[in-house]
Ligand binder design. Sequence first.
Ligand SMILES: Cc1cc2nc3c(=O)[nH]c(=O)nc-3n(C[C@H](O)[C@H](O)[C@H](O)COP(=O)(O)OP(=O)(O)OC[C@H]3O[C@@H](n4cnc5c(N)ncnc54)[C@H](O)[C@@H]3O)c2cc1C
Length: 495
Amino acid sequence: MVPVNLTLVAGHRMRMIAPASKKASGLMQAFALSPRHLHTAQARRHSAPEKNRRSYATHVAKPNGKKTLVLLGTGWGSTTILKTLDTSNFNVVVVSPRNYFLFTPLLPSCTVGTTENRSIMEPIRHIVGRHNKDIRFYEAQCTDIDPEAKQLTLQTPSDSTARISYDYLVVGVGGTYNTFGTPGVQEHALFLKEMQDASKIRRRLKDTIEKAGFEGTTEEERKRLLHMVVVGGGPTGVEFAGELHDLITEDLSKWVPGLAKQVKITLVEALPHVLPSFDPKLVKYTEHTLRKNGIQLMTGTTVKQVGPTSLVVRDTKSGSEAEIPYGNIVWAAGIQAREFAHTLRSKVPIVQNNARGLIIDDHLRVRGARDIWALGDCTVSKNAPLAQVASQQGKWLARAFNSMAKERQIGDAYASIAAKAPFVYSSRGSLAYIGGERAIAEIPAFSTSITAGGPLASLFWKSYCLWELFSVRSSMSVATDWAKRALFGRHISVD
Ligand SMILES: Cc1cc2nc3c(=O)[nH]c(=O)nc-3n(C[C@H](O)[C@H](O)[C@H](O)COP(=O)(O)OP(=O)(O)OC[C@H]3O[C@@H](n4cnc5c(N)ncnc54)[C@H](O)[C@@H]3O)c2cc1C
């Protein structure tokens, strides 16, 4: 276990485990806390005034002489590092407000109950435990950094703050949705980035459909409530529209046939076509399939403003504007780096001058900083914000740390890693589910690529998801969800 003396974790967990001593000893084991740690924290908790209890100065001790490597985030990038890194060479500390890894490719299917939420959430403790890794995890958000003192400020879910030190830092805090400053989006739209977003969409879909079925609802109001607008014709928007179509045709049509017939889906995209990164043949196939499934495509259209019950769109060619009433609007129009990336940028003001995120070099080093690497969606590079990019970067960085440790060059990781061959992304292809048991696939093969669209591609997409899921447990859960859906339909109740 990492020899860490962390008052915050002991104190924070104490609040939850104090009443049950059996549970307490379990958690003490899990967190490698000795009864002395717990006792000290407990005594401190009872004696310290409330104000003092909320802030802890914490230091990651290094009595074993190993360097402390802090990973921020439990997403595609950081989790891949955990899987590949030989953790015996470092004191590894993971910090993230999310105590699980999220398999994002299946997130759209959670919005309508095709897949259950927990099936695609892999507890970070399982990942750590399965690999028997000597890793410490803090459930907290990193809110500030002092790159000179090599210190991070953390904020826990209970609002305590703490500081930890690092020797090496890897920033994998990911991205968040981007409203592009469009008025009303933040206030009225739904997003699809995290599991909480998917749950919110599921609840709102249920609410609006139930409301539309109320006795006194006028025809005009019913029409509005049953109009679902998706903004963004990238993979997330298209996949969500496809899943929504499946919910309506496969389930709502059985349970509320009158309402199901009236549900309308509109997909709004600023560019002339959806899925711009795909092969034009697949784009054509996707647009044809979406239209055939009754989804209205408004391409070449930008959203000017979103109100509580309607949005204003503008045709990019003619410049004409129209107001469209809606019941639900899901914004899947782009992402930007998370807040912490900007906090770090502000500490390196002249070099880090790209508002989209952290500028990194070919060796994933944050330009202008020292002993800090960054990967995935919080960075700006020539690569797209994709899970496969973040995980390849994670693998590359972990291997670089491993080989550096083998060569006994841990003392100057920055120079040592820079001397290695740079990171080069290699695309393993693109897949997207488009609804009605159809998907599209574009797989690189030698100097060309194989493209396919239809039910077979959908089978391929499903197999790929099952294969890529983090554990056998997750794969079995997802396969079971799909089997249950095929036999009994979706579980459409929402708590
Ligand atoms: C609906 C959807 C479907 C997608 N489908 C695909 C797909 O099919 N194929 C594909 O290649 N890509 C897909 N993507 C994109 C892919 O999910 C991202 O590119 C990928 O998640 C980026 O990985 P990351 O490690 O940079 O960030 P993330 O996976 O977003 O992880 C970021 C982590 O940082 C944590 N964090 C945030 N703030 C802080 C902080 N201040 N301190 C510490 N930790 C913090 C977060 O809690 C999270 O654990 C999809 C994305 C979405 C939203």
